[in-house]
Design a protein around this ligand. Structure first.
Ligand SMILES: Nc1ncnc2c1ncn2[C@@H]1O[C@H](COP(=O)(O)OP(=O)(O)OP(=O)(O)O)[C@@H](O)[C@H]1O
Length: 491
């Protein structure tokens, strides 16, 4: 059993050492054996040959009795396997005059974590009902072992009902945790953001707690965008090594309610295909595709009035914006105070609510023949669906997509299939704009589906306004993991 005080010392030591200082450090292990911290790998020369572990996969290192132990997650074809390297420490007679084992361990942890915080303290919320099921099994088999090997501190709750994640996040002791983590689909992160958003200290809590996600649902957009994978084990490693990334959040007002959206808002074919197919949950992600195909062929349209605060129009301009900002770390460095707007609770709404008068500078138009109205804050909406190609985590802008219904089903299908091949954005039937606020009012329909982050809200007018960098998430590299199509390389 490792002494926790010593672990804490190591963590503090590791944090005070820059990863770059660790590179090149070599520990003699007696005989011809050496361990070297390379730029990307931990390298063992055992006298006969070289063995390497990617530093990204090193979870922890410590001195235990007379041994140095390195815990790591070995990459396997589709997942990870926990492994250990154990080395007998050199006796004083065989010491080679290099760094002490203690300082080598500190350096190794610093190099393995880079800008990420080691030993994150996590409040883990597991939704046993998410997606096709299996969140509890994934936790036990693929996630918890990695977190334990990385010496994370864990408080774990098995959720027993919808809404509980909101309540727990609302009441959570934010000083106690670095992250509130969802093992779920995208519904539980939505609940977590909204729980944090309901607190009297909402802005502070949203800036303090990074929300994280282990994919156990059918869409898992959060994880695809932030961890770069839909696999629970690989996501666990991405969270262990994750860095805090500011994220724009969207306030939605409907009636006298205000909620937060981190992912998307939709009305029309996409909303119906997602929410109208709950009876097909067992199908996992396929249920969405089945729902989509049946509606496209009916040429269903969803009339509405739309007012937008337009920020960037024209696909070439949007593409240039993406290339400039998608990986701009200065843009990502959002000031916490600014994000909080000096407010105690949620930031004030710049444009009021859906019940107020429309601002004069918004563009208003009636739409009678739209099949898909979809607004996104992240790029991937599901595996292989980088729908909002131009999404940037912290540009203070939402991406608005509309596809008409009065074109041939083949043309709509072609446009939607182009999502997978990276040609969706340029499809002539696809309208793509960057906006900072909008109001949508459905017309001539008794009922229908409106989806906010995959959760259904009443089929009534709502207004949306984005807050730049209001939230925090754990992300693999501080950017969205989505790669744009050819020609969209980030600057
Ligand atoms: N035991 C439970 N614990 C937590 N949430 C639950 C539970 N049972 C049902 N729910 C509902 O599940 C939703 C959250 O589920 P989850 O986080 O898995 O996202 P999802 O979007 O439904 O997943 P999927 O990607 O599979 O559609 C909430 O709407 C909540 O009301």
């Amino acid at each position: 059993m490792t002494d926790p005080v010593r672990l804490a010392d190591m963590e503090n030591g590791a944090k005070t050492m820059a990863a770059s200082e660790a590179i090149g450090m070599r520990l003699g292990l007696g005989g011809n054996k050496t361990l070297t911290i390379g730029e990307k790998d931990l390298v063992l020369f055992d006298g006969k040959g070289k063995h390497t572990i990617p530093l990204y996969n090193v979870l922890w290192a410590e001195l235990s009795g007379d041994s140095l132990v390195v815990d790591y997650a070995a990459p396997r074809k589709s997942s990870l396997k926990l492994q250990k390297w154990t080395f007998a420490l050199p006796t004083p007679e065989t010491e080679t005059g290099g760094p002490t084992p203690q300082s080598f361990v500190l350096a190794l942890i610093a190099a393995a974590y880079g800008g990420a915080k080691p030993r994150k303290r996590a409040y883990v919320l597991i939704n046993p009902n998410s997606g096709p099921g299996g969140a509890v099994g994934k936790w036990k088999k693929h996630v918890k072992p990695i977190f334990e090997a990385a010496r994370m501190e864990l408080d774990v709750v098995n959720l027993s009902r919808g809404g509980e994640a909101t309540e727990l996040s609302e009441k959570a002791d934010i000083e106690k945790y670095d992250t509130i983590m969802a093992l779920s689909g995208d519904g539980t992160p939505y609940e977590i953001f909204n729980g944090l958003g309901r607190r009297p200290d909402a802005a502070k809590a949203l800036a303090k707690i990074a929300v994280s996600h282990i994919p156990c649902g059918s869409g898992n957009a959060f994880s695809l965008n932030c961890n770069g994978t839909n696999d629970a084990g690989l996501s666990a490693l991405a969270v262990v090594k994750g860095v805090v990334m500011p994220l724009d959040l969207v306030s939605i007002t409907q009636g006298d309610r205000r909620i937060l959206s981190f992912l998307s808002q939709s009305l029309g074919i996409i909303a119906e295909s997602d929410l109208g197919t709950e009876n097909l949950r067992w199908m996992g992600n396929t249920r969405f595709e089945v729902g989509l195909a049946t509606r496209v062929f009916k040429k269903k349209s969803y009339p509405f009035d739309l007012s937008v605060k337009l920020e960037i129009e024209g696909k070439e301009m949007i593409k240039q914006h993406y290339k400039k900002y998608a990986s701009d770390s200065t843009l990502l460095n959002v000031d916490v105070e600014a994000a909080a707007n000096g407010e105690e609770g949620l930031p004030k709404l710049k444009y009021g609510t859906v019940q107020d008068e429309l601002p004069g500078d918004w563009e208003t138009a009636p739409y009678d023949n739209i099949g898909t109205f979809y607004v996104g804050n992240m790029a991937y909406m599901s595996p292989d669906a980088n729908f909002f190609t131009a999404a940037v985590p912290t540009d203070g802008l939402m991406d608005l997509v509309m596809i008409p219904a009065d074109i041939s089903p083949v043309a709509v299908t072609k446009a939607l299939l182009a999502v997978e091949s990276g040609k969706f954005f340029d499809n002539p039937h696809v309208t793509y704009k960057k906006i900072s606020a909008y109001r949508i009012t459905p017309r001539n329909q008794e009922s229908g589906y409106i989806s906010i982050d995959g959760e259904r809200i009443p089929f009534e007018p709502f207004q949306a306004e984005i807050h730049r960098g209001l939230g925090r998430v754990l992300s693999k590299r501080g950017v969205y993991e989505a790669e744009g199509p050819a020609g969209w390389e980030k600057a």
